[in-house]
Design a protein around this ligand. Structure first.
Ligand code: ZN
Length: 598
């Protein structure tokens, strides 16, 4: 999990167009003959591209104040995007214009770094068109409409004195009624799942409005805001009652849209969001094969550990039972609720020292990672840990590793988290989130500062790297090859692989809830709460769950390809440093450049 604001939380609400997770798998042909390109033409192309990017980003921030707020840019923060048909048409026209401008710049004359930016942007613009024109979530996902996120950020981010922030808040509040009127007009046979979610989240919106009232009171500004808050509250309440009648009608007439995307739309969304060199079905098949390999390896570890942990007890005949019981036993090895955050804090320097010792990749001691308890307003997403990186407009700020203290959960849930993040699993978590996972990747990405990649980075590359880094650490000897750690890592990877299997099986193949839950519980060894929560996430999102495995699989492929090409000259540290030097570009783009260079 990683975030500029809170990236990995499944259900962040960003404005429609720019939230799209980037583009299309079609990338221009390789610039294999760069020596023949005249240098002057390259310089000119680079300049044109830089100019384009500068103009585009300023315009994008102005056009989408909500997205800008998430990026820490507040110039237009008082302005609210009203998501009506005219706005969508304007966006489509705008994307067409941007695509035409990009097409006029010769991608093959650009420097490597700009070339990947060009890929990312053209993918992004095509993707934005797809989201409006074909996916049309604006018509069937009422949960897209929520004014709370930006309001809450303006209230809780201390970028200016409270009075100034409340002024921006009040400007936005004045537009809330128009916002929900437009939202209602957009809806056309929404899915019941997204309608339900919208109702639940709207309750949260009412809560945010009350927070604003409380802070305005504190600041002595209640008189200015009370009327606006009352009107906003009435608009949200009205929206909720409209959703309730709509829900009732959809159930009565059986005309709700299915949350399942279906094969054609799913493949397209996969290409836009993941930008891999393969399709969704191919990844699904690969995940099924990977699952079998993982289970075989985990079984080997379970067998080797059995007599040590279950002395005198017969080895179960069933493979899943052998693995399941061993995982269950190892999950008993955990610290206390009170020590949870401290234990994580203590491990970070150990990871850093190990990476240095085995020479896995470069690190930057000048950019320390600060472990802190997750701030209150960021809790409640179900995420136990996340990394908050400063946005590109705030480069001096700290990078935080947010860990939620288990005391903030009920006793039962805290106990379940402790078993899940036992002494073994917490190491994998720290590698994934921090070193050399998300945090280390960010440090590298920031060395070749590309505003495009900071703003529109590829999610599959980011998550894929974090998952790959776990494997790289274990291969390098972290944990001394302990079978316990290998087994737990197997469980972690099984979850990653099941994210892909289930997302595809449910959205494309029509898998039902019972079967999905059974798979997660019995064949991926997930706790009940994890499985139920995952099912919910599958019904509310599409494709995002495949990004972890898609990125991981592509990185593993690339490493193997380069090792084959380079033979004895292959060096793992060089591979990691070079891979990360391209920033958060799609793995397919990075692979193309690395394979060209070697
Ligand atoms: Zn992650």
């Amino acid at each position: 999990m990683i975030s500029f604001a809170v990236r990995c939380a499944a259900l962040i609400l960003l404005p429609l167009v720019l939230v799209a997770c980037a583009g299309d798998a079609v990338v221009p042909a390789p610039a294999g003959t760069s020596q023949s390109a005249s240098q002057a033409e390259s310089v000119a192309a680079n300049q044109r591209f830089d100019q384009f990017v500068e103009t585009f980003i300023q315009a994008a921030l102005d056009r989408s104040p909500e997205w800008a707020i998430y990026q820490g840019h507040y110039e237009q923060a008082g302005q609210m995007t009203i998501p009506d048909a005219a706005w969508r048409q304007a966006e489509l026209d705008y994307m067409d214009g941007l695509l035409a401008q990009l097409a006029a710049i010769d991608r093959d004359r650009l420097s490597a770094d700009r070339g990947t930016d060009h890929d990312l942007l053209s993918n992004r613009f095509r993707s934005s068109r797809f989201y409006i024109d074909e996916l049309r979530a604006w018509a069937w996902q009422p949960s897209q409409y929520n004014v709370a996120g930006p309001l809450s950020l303006l209230l809780n981010t201390e970028f200016a004195p409270l009075e100034e922030r409340l002024e921006l808040v009040s400007q936005r509040l004045a537009q809330v009624p128009a916002y929900y009127r437009a939202a209602r007009l957009n809806l056309d046979h929404p899915s019941l799942e997204h309608t339900e979610l919208a109702l639940g989240q709207s309750l949260g919106t009412l809560g945010v409005l009350e927070d604003i009232r409380a802070r305005a009171d504190e600041a002595g500004l209640a008189d200015d805001l009370d009327g606006l808050l009352d009107d906003a509250r009435a608009a949200v309440t009205h929206w909720m009652s409209e959703l309730e009648s709509l829900q009732e009608e959809l159930v009565r007439t059986g005309t709700a849209r299915s949350f399942r995307l279906g094969g054609a739309l799913y493949e397209k969304k996969f290409r836009h969001d993941i930008q891999a060199g393969f399709g969704a079905e191919e990844l699904y098949r690969r995940a099924l094969a990977e699952k079998e390999r993982l289970l075989q390896a985990m079984d080997g570890h379970a067998r080797s550990l059995w007599s040590q942990y279950f002395s005198g007890q017969p080895l179960p005949a069933d493979r899943l039972e052998r693995i399941g019981r061993m995982i269950d036993r190892l999950s008993d090895d955990h610290g206390t609720v009170e020590e949870f955050v401290e234990n994580i804090r203590r491990q970070i320097p150990e990871l850093e020292a190990f990476v240095r010792e085995v020479d896995l990749l470069d690190q930057d001691p000048d950019k320390p990672l600060i472990v802190r308890e997750t701030p209150e307003y960021m809790r409640g997403t179900g995420a136990i840990a996340s990394v908050s990186a400063p946005g590109p407009f705030n480069p001096g700020a700290n990078t935080y590793y947010n860990v939620t203290p288990l005391e903030s959960y009920g006793e039962e849930l805290a106990a379940s988290y402790l078993r899940e993040y036992n002494n073994w699993m917490v190491q994998i978590l720290n590698i994934h989130e921090a070193i050399p996972g998300h945090y280390t990747q960010l440090v590298h990405a920031n060395k070749s500062p590309s505003l495009v990649k900071s703003l529109f980075g590829n999610g599959a590359m980011i998550e894929g790297w974090a998952v790959y880094s776990e494997r790289a650490m274990l291969e390098a000897g972290w944990g001394n090859h302990a079978p316990e750690l290998q087994l737990m890592h197997g469980k972690w990877l099984l979850r990653v692989v099941h994210n892909t299997i289930l997302d595809y099986a449910v959205h494309v193949l029509g898998m039902e809830q019972d079967e999905a839950l059974r798979l997660m519980r019995q064949e991926a060894f997930q706790e009940e709460s994890e499985a139920t929560q995952k099912w919910r996430r599958i019904t509310l999102t599409q494709v995002q769950l495949t990004s972890y495995y898609a990125g991981y699989a592509a990185i593993v492929d690339l490493r193997q390809q380069l090792a084959n090409v380079q033979g004895d000259a292959f060096n793992i540290k060089d591979f990691h440093n070079e891979f990360l030097s391209y920033g958060s570009a799609p793995v397919a783009s990075i692979a193309r450049m690395m394979l060209m260079r070697h």
